[in-house]
Design a protein around this ligand. Sequence first.
Ligand code: APR
Ligand code: MG
Length: 218
Amino acid sequence: MASGQLSRAEALACKGCRHACHVMLYCDTKTQLFGKIPLRHIILMQMRFDGLLGFPGGLVNPSKETLEEGLGRELLEELGVAVPISVEDHVDSRYAPTPLPSSAPLIAHFYVKKMEEEQIIEVERAAVTTATDYGQEVLGMVRVPLYSIRGSAGLACFLSHSFIGHARSQLVDSLLRFGLVTPDLLHKALRHSLETHKDNAKDLRAALELTKAKGKQP
Ligand code: APR
Ligand code: MG
């Protein structure tokens, strides 16, 4: 087992640990971008209240509910529609980073569920209409671009954003594990992503200068 990973039984046996469950919902699609670039799959992520990209889900309480029941409850709040998750959808459990060293350990349980395209579209609609968390804990659902255009656009740019906890590695691992992109495309996207990151840093420094200049104005 990779470092930091636990079996489900080990995770549930942890006394004093907190637990969070998140899920990657996805489907196949024949839709093409600009009528020529196949989207191949729709993978749902969300822009969270903290400005980070992540998967839907949240804190669960295994003394009162199963992990999957807790995840289902969180999904109803964040997506506005019931999405039943089963033990078979579980992919891995790992210790997650906590904001303060003094916080109780947090175990992040990750699930992946394949759905039909109509169901995914229903989730996207419900997330902005019936979900109680919309506009507050969830700022919007986003699809992951799985193609590469003009070298660094598409997946590479997406991967260069900021993600919560293990979300970026869970996404990358799932893309490979479920064969959603080729290893070659992913490898190139990650290399471009590192380059994009440098450009982002330059851009941020320029923006910082702008605020300094504005601050000096009367
Ligand atoms: N991998 C690892 N950890 C994650 C992941 C992930 N993919 N996604 C979220 N986390 C962590 C978060 O950092 C948080 O500490 O799991 C915890 C719970 O996940 P959230 O989705 O943020 O929790 P939620 O129950 O939806 O509540 C939203 O309300 O009370 C506040 O601060 C609390 O973050 C919580 C927020
Ligand atoms: Mg959440």
